[in-house]
Design a protein around this ligand. Structure first.
Ligand code: ZN
Length: 632
């Protein structure tokens, strides 16, 4: 299932990684490689490196690494096949699919997308040029839209006629129904779906149009909003309006703002926060959260999440735990919405996002703000009411934090509040209680142990700019080392691997597995020596090994090859001496070992002398290689 390997290789060969990455960050040539600010994390000095020849990149800041396909996957948030398709489209290469159905399905979808794109353009031009679009243009101007925004969001106008779009499109009925653009009416004629509405095209996260949201003009008949029905391209509960435009800033700012309508999203863009998305006429779903989690862990709700009450709270807390996200809520000034505020007081909107509160803090503040805390009775009642909100949170640690806060604010005894929490009936049982029970069993919950479920693997530790190498033995798929693997460090072994990548012919003949004592460098050496180049070594490499290889591929070295070989030989010889001595002690005839130990010590002295001699090195290397199983 997927794309033919030959095609993937053709796409790789036809693509210049420096050019692709150069569209996301400015790259400067430094020696043989390219360097620039990392497009994946915020930084002021460049720690991102690209090896154009090998087609690899590595960031010393966030440790992101890979080849051009990985880069496109990460930056465009695509899966492997979609990333290869993206690059193939760019290079003008036609792909062959190993699964013919996939090819057919994609072809059919591509046709639907093409018709949607024509419709977006048609409606957009109609808004700009149509003599019947005057009221629509006036309405948009009154809502703070200028020409640039109308263009950016491809706003359109569906004329108040019944078949103008379908006449322009000239497509079969099936295409009209599959795109939701039209239908065949009772009179047996094709008819437009949208009539007399300002249209906001809805794109998927790859920027392909999947639906329209239609808003009626003021003082006209009909419901205020009318959206495309779900169809072959459009799944409401998985689609977020604006994600195609917002995703870059969401990643950059590590935050997404979720609002209720198209115009709210546009309002946030207008206010200088291009990281807003909207649900399209549905509540926030788990699919939405899954989709957003690919970009950020911080979700800021810009609508009244409190209105939905306890059910919404339970769902949001459950998602926070399940997806390891944090949900915050904006306190909007009363009676305002983001669209309106972006026009009247954009700085207030920015400030509201900046001061968004965690969901529980927001709910507790709501209760306390509404209470009369001027009297002891009022404060006691407020504390009691606030505790009922605190109760909804699944984490006992979080609950206790808020118990203390509420007690302080209302000037009541913490212990009494704790007793109230313990006393009152538990919330009604439901499926979502399972994770709570598990946590009560001793799991400290999120925020303590490094959480579960692949989180650690997904997120390499963000170290300082030049953190030591570390990839765990676990990454290599072998049995774990008995002791926690130490960072590989900047050893002669790593230096030798760098030389093997960058000046292969100088060192290749000298290297043997026995020279690599660290299991990780040895596996890297074996992968490199078996493949023609780094890209070849990356095929099938574990993520840890892949990152390690990518890193050394962007690290040039000016080391002298002889120096590195001498160091490697000396280290291996010292290990051989220790190993042989240990064997001698166990043996019944220790003296039999002394000639070889003596010979090895002599070689070691030569290697560690002021002027290391390489004279007997080939012989030494051959001995080490032959006897490696004895002591390594
Ligand atoms: Zn980075």
């Amino acid at each position: 299932m997927g794309i033919l390997d030959e095609d993937v290789a053709r796409v790789r060969a036809a693509t210049d990684i420096v050019q692709v990455i150069g569209q996301h960050t400015q790259l400067r040539k430094v020696g043989q490689r390219w360097s620039g600010l990392c497009p994946f994390h915020n930084e002021k000095s460049p720690s991102f490196s690209v090896n154009g020849q090998e087609g690899l990149y590595y960031c010393f800041g966030c440790q992101k690494s890979g080849d051009v396909i990985t880069f496109v996957r990460e930056i465009e948030h695509l899966d492997f096949v979609a990333a290869v398709e993206w690059l193939a489209g760019r290079a003008g290469i036609t792909l062959t699919y190993t699964d013919p159905d996939r090819g057919e399905g994609r072809k059919r979808k591509a046709r639907l997308f093409e018709v949607m794109e024509r419709s977006v353009d048609w409606y957009h031009r109609r808004l700009l040029e149509g003599s019947d679009a005057g009221p629509a243009r006036a309405y948009l101007r009154s809502r703070g839209f200028d020409r640039a925004m109308v263009d950016e969001f491809k706003v359109g106008w569906a004329p108040d006629r019944w078949d103008e779009l379908v006449k322009a499109l000239r497509v079969p009925d099936a295409v009209l129904t599959d795109t939701g653009l039209g239908l065949r009416n009772k009179a047996g004629r094709q008819q437009d779906f949208f009539r007399g509405r300002v249209l906001f095209p809805i794109f998927d996260d790859q920027g392909r149009p999947v639906a329209f949201g239609g808003r009626k003009l003021p003082d006209t008949e009909g419901p205020k909003y009318q959206n495309s029905r779900e169809n072959a391209l459009y799944n409401k509960s998985a689609t977020l309006y604006g994600l195609n435009w917002a995703k870059a800033d969401i990643v950059q700012s590590n935050e997404v703002v979720v609002c209720e309508g198209y115009t709210d999203v546009i309002g946030f863009f207008r206010a200088g926060l291009p990281r807003a998305v909207a649900t399209c006429g549905t509540a926030l779903t788990e699919e939405h959260i899954r989709s957003l989690k690919r970009f950020t862990k911080r979700v800021v709700l810009a609508y009244d999440a409190d209105d939905a009450g306890q059910n919404a709270a339970e769902r949001l807390y459950a998602w926070e735990e399940k997806y390891e996200i944090e949900i915050h809520v904006i306190a909007m000034p009363p009676g305002s919405d983001p669209d309106e505020l972006s026009r009247s007081a954009p700085e207030a909107l920015v400030e509201a996002v900046r001061t968004a509160k965690p969901f529980l803090a927001f709910r507790v503040a709501r209760v306390l703000d509404a209470a009369d805390t001027s009297t002891p009775e009022g404060r006691a009642r407020a504390a009691g009411a606030a505790i009922e909100v605190v109760r909804e949170h699944p984490s006992p640690f979080m609950r206790d934090q808020y118990v203390m806060e509420v007690a302080g604010f209302c000037r009541v005894d913490e212990q009494q509040l704790r007793e109230q929490l313990a006393r009152a009936p538990r919330p009604k049982p439901n499926a979502e209680q399972r994770p709570k029970r598990r946590r009560d069993d001793g799991d400290p919950g999120p925020g303590f142990a490094s959480a579960s479920g692949g989180y650690v693997d997904d997120a390499p530790p963000i170290g300082d700019e030049h953190s030591p190498y570390s990839y765990d033995d676990d990454d290599l798929g072998g049995p774990p080392a008995p002791v926690q693997a130490a960072p590989i460090g900047d050893s002669a072994e790593v230096e030798a691997l760098r030389l093997l990548v960058h000046r292969r012919s100088e060192i290749e003949a000298w290297l043997r597995p026995v020279l690599f004592a660290d299991r990780r460098t040895r596996i890297a050496y074996e992968a490199l020596s078996e493949a023609p180049d780094v890209a070849g070594a990356l095929v099938g490499a574990s993520p840890g090994l892949g990152a390690f290889l990518s890193r050394i591929s962007v690290e040039e070295t000016s080391s002298d090859t002889t120096d590195v070989i001498v160091r490697l030989l000396a280290e291996a010889t010292a290990r051989a001496i220790a190993g042989t001595e240990a064997e001698a002690r166990r043996s019944e005839d220790p003296l039999a070992y002394s000639p070889i130990i003596g010979w090895l010590k002599l070689r070691l002295d030569e290697l560690r002398g002021d002027e290391p001699s390489m004279e007997s090195s080939p012989e030494l290397l051959a001995w080490l290689d032959e006897n490696s199983s004895e002591f390594s």
